[in-house]
Design a protein around this ligand. Structure first.
Ligand SMILES: [Zn+2]
Length: 272
């Protein structure tokens, strides 16, 4: 691969050799490959549309130091907590052993993530911030276009400085997390998207097992501000069966068309 020299999107150093950076870490895509489906490629949702795709979104964007920083401070910790191809889902297993802070008749449980992860909660915050920042910091090649997935506006620089370890996250931002309680969690990704709230902006993305929601602005609803991972309140996680939310209707429709197949039911045609 030819070398690409340019300015690193995160540290802004120049000149730097730029690595092929991913919007969503390659390690997360690996959690999604399912040879038991007629189409083994991951199901991806963005902008209300769900598709299966073998393509990972990547471009030359960050220097090697910044790539390593993002892996070491967030991804390397977060990815092993997600549902694995073996069927194990380490984070949910640990949450199910906890006494919830609150439990609802629907089966939804709110747990204290701080008491489970303690200082490691910083790595979950870092991971989520790194994905939201990447989605906003550049235009990524996606379906034949250059796409900036979300707009963080005035918060973009604050997120960049946080990822470099030079500041806290902007005080009017709140990262919330939901763990998928469905068994097994559906293997798909929702790329970062944004929504207008009342007096705040709302962003989300979903990787297998985990949905992250970011609120920014002056009027973040109290529940989400106080339960956020990055504020001084309680650092909570909601354990919820995400199949029961309208957000996933389009996803489940696409997944129903890529049914599981028995290993021997559909053999590959012999190669010529
Ligand atoms: Zn850099």
């Amino acid at each position: 691969m030819p070398q690409q020299i340019g300015r690193c999107g995160l540290c802004h150093e120049y000149p730097r050799e730029l690595r092929k950076s991913h919007l969503i870490a390659a390690g997360i895509h690996r959690l999604l490959l399912n040879p038991e489906r007629t189409d083994p490629n991951p199901v991806i949702m963005h902008d209300g549309k769900a598709v299966t795709s073998s393509k990972q979104i990547s471009k030359h964007f960050l220097c090697a130091d910044c790539e390593q920083r993002i892996s070491r401070k967030g991804e390397d910790y977060a990815i092993p907590l997600c549902p694995q191809l073996s069927g194990d889902y380490p984070l949910r297993n640990r949450l199910m052993l906890m006494k919830p802070v609150e439990e609802y008749p629907t089966g939804d449980r709110v747990c204290d993530l701080w008491s489970l992860l303690e200082d490691d909660i910083e790595k979950i915050i870092y991971f989520a911030a790194s994905v939201f920042w990447r989605a906003a910091a550049t235009k990524w090649p996606y379906q034949g276009k250059r796409t900036q997935f979300i707009v963080l506006g005035d918060h973009l620089e604050g997120f960049r400085l946080f990822l470099l370890g030079r500041s806290e996250l902007p005080s009017d931002s709140a990262i919330n997390v939901v763990a998928d309680a469905c068994e097994p969690p559906e293997p798909f990704i929702i790329y970062p998207d944004s929504f207008a709230g009342e007096g705040c902006s709302i962003y989300h993305f979903r990787i297998p097992g985990l949905l992250f929601v970011l609120y920014t602005g002056p009027n973040i609803p109290k529940t989400f501000r106080e339960g956020a991972l990055n504020t001084s309140g309680r650092k909570l996680i909601l354990l919820k069966d995400l199949r029961k939310t309208p957000l996933f209707d389009g996803i489940l429709d696409v997944m129903s068309k890529t049914k599981r197949v028995g290993k021997f039911k559909k053999k590959k045609p012999p190669s010529a």
